[in-house]
Design a protein around this ligand. Structure first.
Ligand SMILES: [Zn+2]
Ligand SMILES: [Zn+2]
Length: 312
């Protein structure tokens, strides 16, 4: 049996005078647009039935160890925060902000703002419109077939061209890919493959989204690989990690890697710790003090982060 405490805080924010602007109107507009585009559990399938449901931008969070979950939402009239957890801090396996706090957030919004004005924020004058590739949000490249119109901030938003489809040299069976250093004189062919960034590839794999990535690189190739280094996702450079002496928790090792990587090796303070499948999560028990974590992929590309561990 799970005992859950719930606290709901609502606050009318209009007319508040002591607020401080921390990001530009246009950046806030873009962020708010992104935060309204998630699937909403409370929306009926028929659009006519959803006309009176308040528009809300929201973001969820789940704490380490699933001790509590948050969901905070806002529109022009209200900001609502929902917190769910045990008051004694005990974690619950099924507790996430998205699954447990968000449905309550929308129940609150639907109670206090149903049939509201529906007024939404206006884009700032410095925002402009352009075509982007929907696969990446970047300026469409020569191979991108779809285009959608999207807002951008001239001089601020990235102008990178989309490379989500890239040509690779492969063998006839498409089991090996080649670079210019190891391309055989005959028997290869050019094929187009998807080329998602490491974090997106990780998401596709975890959610079983089919993605046509190039086959592994020629194992006989002697070239030193450039390109995407593994990115350590679970630990942040320069951050302090507080660990309870009474109930010490492990720290997670997880990373995102380039499409050509199968395994990674983890090192803690330059000592070998484990070789692991690239997509898997592992845990280690840290000692107090400064710790260097290194992740090396099977092409020899390496990333480090340094963290501080404090026991209390
Ligand atoms: Zn594209
Ligand atoms: Zn090669």
């Amino acid at each position: 049996m799970v005992r859950i405490s719930l606290s709901v805080i609502t606050k009318l924010i209009s007319g508040k005078k002591d607020s401080v602007q921390i990001i530009s109107t246009s950046a806030a507009y873009l962020l708010s647009s992104i935060l309204t585009k998630m699937n909403r559990s409370d929306l009926p399938n028929l659009f006519e039935n959803s006309l009176h449901i308040p528009k809300v931008a929201w973001k969820t969070g789940t704490s380490y160890g699933r001790r509590d979950g948050w969901s905070i939402g806002y529109n022009k009239r209200y900001t609502v925060g929902v917190w769910i957890g045990n008051f004694d801090g005990k974690g619950i396996p099924e507790l996430t902000g998205a699954d447990m706090a968000t449905p309550l957030l929308f129940q609150v919004f639907n109670s206090i703002d149903y049939n509201g004005t529906g007024n939404w924020y206006q884009p700032g004058a410095d925002l402009d419109l352009r075509y982007v590739c929907p696969q990446s949000g970047c300026v469409p490249g020569e191979r991108c077939t779809e285009k959608v119109i999207d807002y951008f901030l001239p001089g601020m938003s990235s102008t990178a061209t989309c490379t989500h489809l890239t040509a690779y040299a492969v063998d006839q069976q498409e089991t090996i890919s080649y670079c210019t250093a190891c391309l055989p004189e005959e028997g290869s062919q050019q094929k187009i493959y998807e080329n998602p960034p490491a974090e997106i590839l990780k998401f596709y794999r975890e959610n079983n989204v089919p993605v046509k990535i190039p086959p592994p690189h020629n194992p006989l190739c002697t070239r030193l690989f450039e390109g995407s280094k593994p990115r350590i996702l679970s630990l942040m450079e320069g951050q302090e990690y507080l660990i309870e002496k009474e109930d010490p928790r492990s720290l997670e090792l997880s990373c995102a890697v380039a499409a050509d990587v199968t395994t990674v090796s983890w090192f803690i303070n330059d000592n070998f710790y484990k070789t692991a499948k690239a997509g898997d999560k592992y845990f280690f028990s840290p000692v107090e003090g400064k710790i260097k974590i290194s992740c090396t992929d099977d092409k020899g590309r390496n990333s480090d982060v340094s963290i501080q561990v404090v026991f209390y």
